[in-house]
Design a binder for this molecule. Structure first.
Ligand SMILES: *[C@@H]1O[C@H](CO)[C@@H](O)[C@H](O)[C@H]1NC(C)=O
Ligand SMILES: *[C@@H]1O[C@H](CO)[C@@H](O)[C@H](O)[C@H]1NC(C)=O
Length: 442
């Protein structure tokens, strides 16, 4: 009887072990299988799914992409020789040799002075995460900062640590230079070094067009989308900015400015598209010389004339220039340069309420203090995002969760404003990059 019991127990144990082993082996494969199936179903489906469905599906797709990745690694190893010969993907950190190649892509200029290193790198990261076309970064850094900056940029932006879905890019670091007038005086204007942006058409002679951004800007959708405003320019437009304020009654320029400015509320220069080719060849009307002046010849006299009346430095000069040349400026809506001003006195950027923020501009130092936590949540999430990871899990969910803590603040009151575009972007990034990259290469 006892022996029988033992045999029975042993047999049971073996049976349970086998069943567990069998199940265990299967469940390990099963999620992947499911994800792949979801991807296939999603590709076939034409009706538009609900947001929560999408979220789940996209997250699953991000996970599913790991499978083909492994295969690609092997393929990569085999193709090593061919690749180094063609030098197609190894241009990171090196200036492009063929100018024509660089012109195909997009150009982004930023001026990083003082303690703006981390902020600048976070901006660069946000641009790379979501963008599609190749980006050339023109990074201007103060002399003492330049070597440190270069080292950190190099160490952080090494492509091999980046997933394939990240936009292709290269960068060039420049020292701060002022081509006309008193360099020291220009440097003092507004925040240290910001006046540099006025000289971009003169310094970057080989660049046709670029997007200038302040260091405290974050892209919540592909840079390609803001770049496409260039196509909307008519023949006299050569730059694009958003209004400084939506409501003249509480706008700064409309209440305090002691100099001419653009439109009813002035423009904000933190996000600015510039067609440098056109800027270089246009004669700008002004209050000094009736025949007009080239950009290069305009800056210094303009500064000399208004320097005692301007508060916000180079942005004021841009406002004066476009006051006299309004036909040269394209105005894009506030969701492309969304600042605390748009929510701290009540929500006044209707475009952002409707379609969400496209470009976030955390001026007033809001990424680094607790005055507007809604801005800080987004900054921290992008800053801390580990690149290799699943974007939905490590970027969108943390933002969404932490955002709940800010709903009692002025800017966090309407979560849709901050979250809508990010969610849309995640989906688009997946569709355009992951699916494309997951296809077998020829
Ligand atoms: C900038 O303007 C020049 C001259 O009109 C034009 O050839 C070029 O295509 C423009 N660049 C962009 C990005 O629209
Ligand atoms: C381009 O658009 C601006 C703004 O609407 C306008 O003032 C200007 O006259 C237009 N230029 C041309 C050449 O149509």
């Amino acid at each position: 009887m006892r022996i029988h019991c033992r045999v029975l127990v042993l047999a049971l144990c073996l049976g349970v072990f086998l069943v567990l082993h069998f199940l265990g082996g299967n469940t390990a494969d099963e999620p992947l299988l499911k994800q792949v199936l979801i991807v296939k179903q999603e590709e076939k489906r034409n009706s538009s799914p609900s947001p929560s469905e999408l979220r789940r599906d996209v997250a699953a797709k991000f996970a599913a992409k790991k499978a083909p990745l492994k295969a690609r690694k092997e393929e990569k190893a085999g193709l090593k020789v061919a690749k180094t010969k063609s030098k197609q993907r190894s241009n990171v950190g090196r200036p492009v040799t063929k100018r024509a190649r660089a012109q195909e892509g997009m150009h982004l200029a930023v001026v990083a002075c003082g303690k703006r290193l981390d902020e600048t790198l976070t901006m660069v990261k946000s641009a790379l995460l979501f963008s599609l076309k190749k980006i050339t970064f023109h990074i201007f850094a103060e002399d003492p900062l330049a070597p440190l900056f270069e080292e950190r940029v190099r160490s952080r932006l090494k492509l091999k640590q980046w997933p394939r879905s990240v936009a292709k890019f290269h960068y060039i670091i420049y020292p701060i230079t002022f081509s006309v007038g008193d360099a020291e005086e220009w440097k003092k204007l507004f925040k240290p070094c910001a006046a540099q942006r006025l000289f971009l058409p003169v310094i970057l002679k080989d660049v046709d067009s670029l997007l200038y951004v302040d260091t405290d800007v974050l892209f919540l959708r592909p840079m390609d989308d803001v770049w496409s405003f260039f196509k909307a320019f008519n023949s006299s437009q050569l730059a694009a900015m958003a209004p400084e304020h939506e409501v003249p009654k509480i706008g700064w320029y409309s209440r305090f400015a002691r100099h001419p400015f653009y439109g009813n509320t002035g423009v904000n220069s933190g996000v600015m598209l510039m067609n440098l080719t056109r800027i270089r060849s246009t004669l700008f009307k002004n209050s000094m010389i009736p025949s007009g002046l080239l950009w290069e010849d305009l800056l210094n006299p303009l500064y000399q004339k208004y320097k005692n009346h301007i508060t916000w430095g180079d942005q004021d000069l841009l406002n004066i220039i476009f006051h006299y040349n309004p036909e040269c400026l394209y105005i894009f809506p506030c969701q492309w340069n969304y600042r605390p001003d748009h929510c701290m006195y009540g929500s006044n950027c209707k475009g952002a309420e409707k379609e969400g923020v496209s470009i976030l501009h955390g001026n007033r130092g809001v990424y680094h203090d607790d005055k507007q936590p809604a801005f800080k949540v987004v900054y921290d999430a992008i800053h801390d995002f580990p690149f290799e990871d699943n974007m939905f899990q490590s970027l969108f969910y943390p933002v969404q969760t932490k955002f709940l803590d800010t709903v009692n603040t002025l800017c966090g009151r309407i979560p849709q404003v901050f979250l809508k575009q990010i969610e849309k972007t995640m989906r688009k990034v997946f569709e355009e990059k992951v699916i494309r990259h997951a296809r077998p290469r020829k």
